[in-house]
Write a protein that binds this ligand. Structure first.
Ligand SMILES: CC(C)(COP(=O)(O)OP(=O)(O)OC[C@H]1O[C@@H](n2cnc3c(N)ncnc32)[C@H](O)[C@@H]1OP(=O)(O)O)[C@@H](O)C(=O)NCCC(=O)NCCS
Length: 218
């Protein structure tokens, strides 16, 4: 395996059409240049009065990356992937374990550039991180949420077997959020892990509070 200074950066996921690598500082300029206008970013993130809207969105993306790796702990982690198709960056996929050692439940979020949407790539990239979560990371369940009008995001969840759980109202916008959940048994029954290649996880397992010598891991 290629030597990496920080074990997370050795993780690599592959699907039929996509290659997912853990985001690095060097990916930020490209991701900032591709960030879609219709993507809702963290409404609680810091914004700067002296920056215009687009520059503030780039700041939110960049600080989100630094926060994720800078604040990493086995109890509360967020793993950002950059997604490439035929070598070109087409989006980003996040996998998160906000209370990981207590419940082993993962959450996720993602975006694609407009030209890459509606061709099944969103489903492939979510499946890639679910294969990581339910495989070597041994998650018990995956949750997700999207505003009720976001048919593509909820479509990805339904295509992968998530079930609706509850609805809530977003405080900052008043929009209704649909929450969904995928149990480990449903993921395994669907057999989609076979569509995903996973490399380089073993050296990173201690960062998830897992023992690298226990069990069959890639
Ligand atoms: C959400 C997103 C990543 C989904 O990726 P995608 O590649 O467009 O989705 P897919 O092509 O894999 O489609 C997944 C399912 O949703 C359905 N779907 C996709 N777009 C749809 C749309 N606009 N309306 C209705 N259904 C849609 C597909 O038919 C598919 O269902 P199927 O497997 O039963 O046919 C992408 O659309 C995106 O970047 N959206 C903007 C950012 C965003 O909203 N991110 C989510 C917030 S966390």
């Amino acid at each position: 395996m290629e030597r990496v200074a920080w074990p997370l950066h050795g993780i690599r996921l592959r699907t039929a059409d996509l290659d997912l690598t853990v985001m690095t500082e060097a990916d930020l300029p490209t991701l900032c240049s591709l960030l879609p206008d219709d993507l809702e970013l963290n409404p609680h993130a810091t914004t700067y009065a002296g920056l215009d809207g687009a520059a503030n969105r780039r700041a939110v993306l960049s600080q989100g990356y630094w926060r994720a790796l800078g604040m990493w702990s086995p109890d509360d982690w967020a793993l950002p992937f950059v997604v490439r198709a035929d070598g070109d960056v087409v989006g980003a996929q996040w996998l998160e374990g906000p209370d990981w050692r207590a419940d082993r439940i993962v959450d996720s979020s993602s975006w694609l550039v407009a030209t890459a949407r509606g061709r099944g790539l969103g489903t492939q990239m979510r499946a890639a991180v679910l294969a990581l979560a339910f495989g070597p990371l041994r998650a018990t369940a995956a949750i997700s949420s999207a505003v009720v009008g976001n048919a593509a995001s909820l479509g990805v969840s339904r295509a992968l077997g998530y079930r609706d759980t509850r609805r809530s109202v977003l405080e900052h916008s008043g929009e209704t959020l649909q929450h969904v959940r995928l149990e480990r048994a449903a993921w395994e029954a669907a057999g989609r892990a076979r569509e995903v290649g996973i490399d380089g996880v073993r050296p990173a397992l201690p960062l998830f509070g897992l023992d690298p010598v226990e069990g069959p891991q890639p």
